[in-house]
Design a protein around this ligand. Structure first.
Ligand code: TXA
Ligand code: MG
Length: 336
């Protein structure tokens, strides 16, 4: 509690603190202070047209920063907050343009992590926070990831252990009717449909390939990419394994340091190749949890070429594949 009080004081006096949440670690600053937001962009090396999520710890605080909160959004909040859901609303004037990248809307999330909630309260209630990684790198799911990227650029890191979920929140634009999913996450489209009746998830928008400018500006940037070239292989299980074995052997014969991202079930089928199993296909939470840490390991191990299975699991498959496709720069080989 003493450390959290100190962290809160740092935010109130304009400093930056990285803190744990159930999704990934956030890089926090005072959301109502334009200079704090400017500092966040500088520390991350992030373009300042890419808006920040404002983290709150109580429902009453939503109405201090958001205008015209529609009733279905209140239903979503009742079902999913605190938790891994970010909602976008029209912003009130109290939220500076620096925090929203010049947009007239504001993204708001109430995390369920206990340390996060205590920290947000200690910090005055409104903490602007992107994921606490250097722009373009995988999001941090451990305090050590944050230290690696930002250790010498920020005032404090609160170590709350591993992020339970390990993928960033689902983002829903509540300024449109019906609401639109801008980024898939732990809360699936099916769950949102259950609560809302109707929700649009436009894959073009999620992969930022549509003609329209992506509504979540962050989705247009290259992300999560390891230094290695990463290729995803899709198709039937047997064919994918055979294709990855061929591709990896070819890379090895060219002298490239090579790795395979796979499930724990298929790992034994890659013989002498260097496999990095993400988890069991029957445990998508394990796969989500280990994805970013494994992408960071590729860099630590100086891997040149990586071949990955795809992970189209039941609920979080969309979120897992969205991050993996970005890491691969959309490089996919389809095997019939
Ligand atoms: O789980 C999470 O959401 C984590 C933790 C720390 O809460 N935060 C996170 O923040 O992933 P960040 O900045 O890495 O990703 C936020 C995304 C970006 O793609 C940004 O463009 C989008 O949200 N975003 C923020 N405000 C927006 C707005 N007003 N309209 C549309 N998109 C917005
Ligand atoms: Mg991020």
């Amino acid at each position: 509690m003493e450390a959290l009080e100190r962290a809160g004081e740092i935010i109130k006096s304009g400093g930056l603190v990285a803190f744990p949440t159930e999704t990934v670690y956030g890089l926090g600053g005072n959301a109502l202070d334009p200079q704090s937001s400017a500092k966040i962009y500088a520390a991350k090396g992030r373009p300042s047209d890419n808006p920040l999520i404002v983290h709150i710890a109580g429902m009453e605080d939503l109405y201090r920063i958001a205008e015209n909160v529609p009733a279905p959004a209140e239903r979503l909040a009742a079902e999913c907050w605190p938790g891994p859901l970010t909602m976008i609303f029209e912003k009130k004037a109290i939220v500076p343009d620096e925090t929203t990248g010049g947009l007239s809307t504001v993204a708001v999330r109430m995390p369920s992590d206990r340390i996060a909630a205590l920290f947000i309260r200690a910090a005055g209630g409104f903490v602007a926070a992107p994921s606490a990684n250097i722009s373009g790198r995988p999001s941090p799911t451990k305090a050590s990831h944050v230290a690696e990227d930002l250790g010498d650029r920020i005032d404090m890191i609160i170590d709350g252990g591993d992020s339970v979920i390990g993928l960033e929140s689902t983002i829903v634009d509540c300024t449109r009717e019906p609401f639109v999913i801008l980024r898939p996450g732990y809360i699936s489209a099916a769950r949102l449909k259950e609560i809302l009746g109707d929700v649009i998830c436009d894959p073009a928008r999620m992969t930022a390939k549509g003609d329209e400018a992506p509504k979540a500006p962050g989705m247009k940037y290259r992300h999560y990419a390891p230094k290695a070239s990463l290729t995803i292989v899709e198709g039937s299980r047997e064919n994918v394994i055979a294709a990855i074995r061929d591709l990896a052997s070819e890379a090895l014969s060219k002298g490239q340091k090579t790795a395979v991202l796979c499930s724990s079930e298929t790992a034994p089928e890659y013989g002498g190749l260097h496999t990095l199993p993400l988890g069991s296909l029957s445990d998508e939470e394990e796969i989500a949890h280990s994805l970013f840490d494994t992408l960071r390991r590729l860099d630590d191990e100086n891997i040149d070429a990586v071949f990955s299975e795809s992970f189209g699991t039941e609920n979080m498959g969309a979120a897992i594949m969205n991050r993996l496709l970005k890491a691969a720069g959309n490089k996919v080989i389809f095997i019939s």
